[in-house]
Design a protein around this ligand. Sequence first.
Ligand SMILES: N[C@@H](CCC(=O)N[C@@H](CS)C(=O)NCC(=O)O)C(=O)O
Length: 295
Amino acid sequence: MNYVLAEEEETQVPVGGLQLTLYQYKTCPFCSKVRAFLDYHQLPHDIVEVNPVMRKEIKFSTYRKVPILLANAGCPIQLNDSSVIISAMKTFLISKQKSLEEIMYYYPAIKATDEKGKEVTEYQNRYWLMLDEQETKQLYGSKEAQMEEIKWRRWADDWLVHLISPNVYRTPGEALASFDYIVRVGNFGPVEGLFAKYVGAAAMFFIGKRLKKRHNLQDDVRQDLYKAADTWVKAVGKHRMFLGGSEPNLADLAVYGVLRVMEGLKSFDEMMANTKIKPWYQRMTSTIQEKAALH
Ligand SMILES: N[C@@H](CCC(=O)N[C@@H](CS)C(=O)NCC(=O)O)C(=O)O
């Protein structure tokens, strides 16, 4: 299998031999971010849709979340956490010297306990690309552009993502519509699916309210979503197509990946109608579709 560097890196250097498999839930925003990244960079990959009840497809892994990316070049390397996957793969595409195995040493997993005493895994350097000075300069042009990308990637993970569940499960009707979609595109057995649709929708309606409190959202959660969309549009500004300039950077891909999971749902249509995000969103869709069609 041959990989080519994206046009933004200008050369077409095959870095072949790496077979990629993405373990995902299609409707998970973290997984959608990784798919947006792989498609934009034209990295061919297999997808394994994980059953969210038993998760037997990821039985091989002690890390129990998705996305997981398996990169196989003789022996498999497991990449966990959407932002680590994206940073490591981007580093791999640009860096001429480092193997993926070496790159992964720069993203160590740290086990910690959260305020409730639960063990959590944190990844160091997850927004950082492991490039030398020259590669960094070539990719970003300026320190500001590099820092800006990090800032908004972090914003997508720490803020934007938390707006999704409270919005798509906002009312019982919306919760049911969301679960209808999740069950249709997800990997559920027939009985499991029916059960998930009604019990899942009811549960998520209430969990959505809890999440709203936990993340200090406004009572009308749509207002936070609209505000986030317009904050993002303002960050991109009037004079560039994407935050990355004429091409999307990793922050564009992250924000797009997160918002995309709401497509087809009422919250998405209302966000499109009530904010200024539509032109940027449409540019992202067509750019990614064009790239994906090329491989
Ligand atoms: N920080 C992780 C978060 C991943 C995450 O929370 N994934 C959810 C799905 S959206 C998950 O797998 N949760 C465990 C489960 O469903 O059992 C990332 O960026 O990849």
